[in-house]
Design a protein around this ligand. Structure first.
Ligand code: FES
Ligand code: FE2
Length: 358
């Protein structure tokens, strides 16, 4: 089966009467660690948003535009539990209501800015984008217990992509590229990756891709983090949802454990990948990596996070390069091969969700 890749800037998307992104979804706005004592400006799904914590630590998200003379609120300061505009000092609370106009007793009735629904959970800040601005969330934000269970330690980062968000989905759903792009870190023999046992299933808006690679040489990151003896059996379990992916990879000494057993031992890397569109042609990639060190937790975590960052920088180079070439060559057919099954399934889901939002 093939799928038509709708690539912003390459294909004409204007006739389809669809939203650019799936709506009625929770998207990742930030890592919790990004919000301390400064406002954070971030454009999310074409909305310029300012995120900040109030005095109690609760996260708020407002439209990043002062209602007085339109300065970005993100260039102001956090003050008294709210955010104070950096031009004439109007103070807003977390709901977007202006609560102080310096030198004026009466606050104009329309002195407020739009607010967004946000939830902070498990070290992630989620923001809801509904069908329209008034649409309330239909569920609470997703849980990600890997961050809060005591079984793993984790770190992460945020990358900005000059490429459409779906190219990041494609990349994460097709890990056969590890053998070509990530030889220095989590790669390994390209033949092993391209010939992995692979199973792709879809359930509702979720796609799962499971890959097993037995009796393979452990890649550099694995050797650096875990005392493997020789060959290993590797697993890669990818779970795609419209706003984020979870990828659980790891390895055990070859022939020692059942790879289908979720309680398997060995070395684990559990990746969280928030893929949040900035615009049609750019995206935020908000990622974390969790691992289960056997010894030296801090040292091992540092190695795993540093190597993951390097890995994702390699992906960013490839994906931005790919998009530039798509722009250069225009709307031409693309051939699918066996490794694309999961990515093509995810594209069908995004297409359907964009249609539902009509
Ligand atoms: S522009 Fe914000 S207070 Fe004037
Ligand atoms: Fe990659």
């Amino acid at each position: 089966m093939s799928v038509k890749l709708h690539i912003p800037g390459v294909c004409d998307l204007t006739t389809q009467n669809k939203t650019p992104f799936p709506l009625n979804q929770w998207y990742v706005a930030a890592l919790s660690t990004e919000l301390a004592d400064q406002p954070l400006a971030r454009t999310l799904l074409n909305h310029a948003v300012v995120l900040f914590r109030d005095a109690s630590g609760k996260v708020s998200a407002l439209e990043d535009r002062c209602c007085h003379r339109a300065l970005p609120l993100s260039s102001g300061t956090l003050d008294g539990g709210g955010i104070r505009c950096g031009y004439h000092g109007m103070l807003y609370d977390g709901s977007g209501q202006c609560i102080e106009v310096p030198g004026q007793d009466v606050i104009p009735r329309r002195a407020k800015v739009k607010s967004f629904f946000v939830e902070e959970k498990d070290g992630l800040v989620w923001i809801w984008f509904g069908q329209d601005e008034q649409t309330e969330p239909v569920s609470s934000a997703p849980d990600y217990p890997v961050h809060s269970s005591g079984d793993y330690i984790w770190g992460g980062g945020v990358y900005h992509y000059r490429a459409p968000y779906q190219l990041i989905h494609d990349n994460l759903l097709d890990l056969s590229h590890l053998g070509y792009v990530h030889l220095r870190t989590i790669g390994g023999d390209p033949g092993t990756h391209m010939n992995a046992d692979m199973k792709t299933t879809a359930d509702g808006d979720c796609v799962r891709v499971v890959r097993h690679m037995r009796d393979s040489t452990p890649p550099p990151t694995y050797v650096a983090a875990y005392p493997f003896k020789e060959k290993i059996d590797r697993w890669q379990e990818i779970e795609f949802l419209p706003s984020h992916l979870k990828i659980w990879t790891g390895g055990v000494n070859a022939g020692t454990e059942d790879l289908d057993n979720p309680d398997r031992g060995g070395f684990h890397m559990r990746g969280f990948h928030g893929v949040t569109p900035e615009t049609e042609t750019s995206a935020h990639y908000i990622w974390t990596i969790a691992t289960n060190p056997q010894t030296d937790p801090e040292g091992t975590l540092k190695k795993v996070v540093d190597q993951t960052a390097l890995t994702f920088e390699e992906d960013k180079v490839v994906i931005e390069n790919q998009y530039q070439n798509m722009l250069k060559f225009g709307d031409q057919p693309m051939v699918s091969i066996h490794v694309d099954a999961g990515a093509n399934q995810a594209r069908r889901i995004i297409e359907k969700l964009r249609t539902q939002a009509e």
